[in-house]
Design a protein around this ligand. Sequence first.
Ligand code: SAH
Length: 369
Amino acid sequence: MSTMEPSPVDGLKRRLETSGPMSVGDYMAWCLTGSGTSYYRSGNPLGATGDFVTAPEVSQIFGELIAVWACSVWQAMGEPSPFVLAELGPGRGTLMQDALRAARSMPGFLEAAQIHLIETSATLRERQDQLLSQFCRPQWHETVKAVPAEPLIVIANEFFDALPVEQHIYDNGSWRRRVVSLTEAGKLGFSTGRLALPPVELIPAEAPREGDILEHRPGATALIQEFGRRAQSAPFAMLIFDYGYERRDYGDTLQAVRAHGYADPLEAPGEADLSAHVNFAELSQAANTARLDVWGPLPQSEFLLSLGLEHRLRQLMNSADEEQRAALFLGARRLVDPFQMGSLFKVMAMTSPGMPAPAPFGKQVAVYG
Ligand code: SAH
């Protein structure tokens, strides 16, 4: 960026000066997708040279096992043709590429699949196109609403954590909205806004203490409602991977990551990745309200091991040289090691009412190969 151009933070400060404080959710939305200079609309945040590395970038086995899952769900739906295979926030397209390559062994699946990608970033759309053009002609959308009403299988890896959270703070015995405003010194700061009750069903059983923060994600609830509506008239299944917590809880989980390190969320708006932990209890409640069946969450390690991660790793290692074998092993271990991604990351599935339990959430376990 040349020194003549205003930096993203100047635009934000002008907005705060003219319109007053903004909610944490509006701040997150502005930073991530809200303007031409926002994080996901400009640049290329993902991968070894970007700000963070995700599971599909760590090991091809991740996308391959998701294909196993999607194929078994498609069979459980009665092998509808056509059907929509959609991914929310596909990043570089690596997951979908690995999944489509693996799905070639399932007769009829690829012929029936229409690939729809929900992606706001033009740069990432281009990357996805490059990687996927040998397999399919995907259609891109800004939102799920534009996806055709057909049988639908949805994959979302590290998508929900990028949806804005609203924060409420318990202040002098009442809940108030937490906001971002300008300090007297003209810097960005958090402050306490108007009285506003968070969704009561998300408030933990233990009474809040002064200063406690409660987060919720209206965008996730709205998305799940949309899927719930569709699931009443066509088969639906969604698989969600994310890091987060399973029980209602207090806490400020808003975080900024820049060049593989944590940063202050207010330090470089639009230039750092902002995210917040996913509250799986909230997703589960939204799914119940939307009349969807919910499965899990399971730790990511349990999900991947049940679907045959070790078997697939052995297969790949058998046809690899020594250097590749080491990389394959390290990648697979990173996905399932409890001290790396294995237990912080969780997997939840949602299905249209009455569908059989998708593997490995029920008893039935698919084997890769
Ligand atoms: N699933 C990928 C990338 C995760 S990063 C992976 O595992 O590597 C989040 C992705 O969601 C990016 O592709 C980003 O551009 C996209 N994204 C973020 N917010 C979005 C929104 N509100 N609507 C659509 N896509 C969004």
